[in-house]
Structures are given as C-alpha cells and as structure tokens.
Design a protein around this ligand. Sequence first.
Ligand code: ZN
Ligand code: ZN
Length: 101
Amino acid sequence: MPCYRCGARQTDPGKGPSPWKRGVVADEQVLICPDCQSTHDWVADLDRCESCGSTMLLRALGETRCRECSFTKQTLRASGEHADAGLADDVAAALRRRFDG
Ligand SMILES: [Zn+2]
Ligand SMILES: [Zn+2]
C-alpha cells in the first residue's frame, strides 16, 4: 500500500519497526510515509473516533474500530452502493446473455 499523500511505496521492510504510520482517512486504511510525517500535519487528516476522539483507528471488515476504546463504527459508503449497482448490472447482463444465447 502506497503513502496516501505522495504515493511513495514502502521500501526496505528490513529490521526493526517501520517508520511508516498507519491511520484511517475517510474510512480507508492508509499508510503515511516518513517524508509526509515530517512535512505535513497528517494527524489532522486522520479520522477520529466518534467516542473518544482518538486517531488510533483500524479498518476491518467494513467497519472502523478504535484501538483506544474499542468503539466500532459501521460505515455505509456511497461507493458500496455503486458497487452493488454494478453487480446488479452484471447479473442483468449475464441473464440477457443467457436468454439471447
Ligand atoms: Zn508520503
Ligand atoms: Zn475511541
């Protein structure tokens, strides 16, 4: 996964803890590269827990969970609706092909 700001890719997975930071921005799990950490107020970009305000969030299975207080936010996203519509179109197209063939 590249840096959410500059698109840099994580290199040298080597030893020790990674200098890259994780966070959630607009309900997406993102990585922040060391450069952007030093040049940009990236913490201000992060989503915050609706319960305790922490930015220590984790995306999993379509929900955002707070690592501080375990508050979990279910996210229904507009893009998910589009994906469903696309799926319905695919099914309709498949049915058309079946009946045409
Ligand atoms: Zn970056
Ligand atoms: Zn919290």
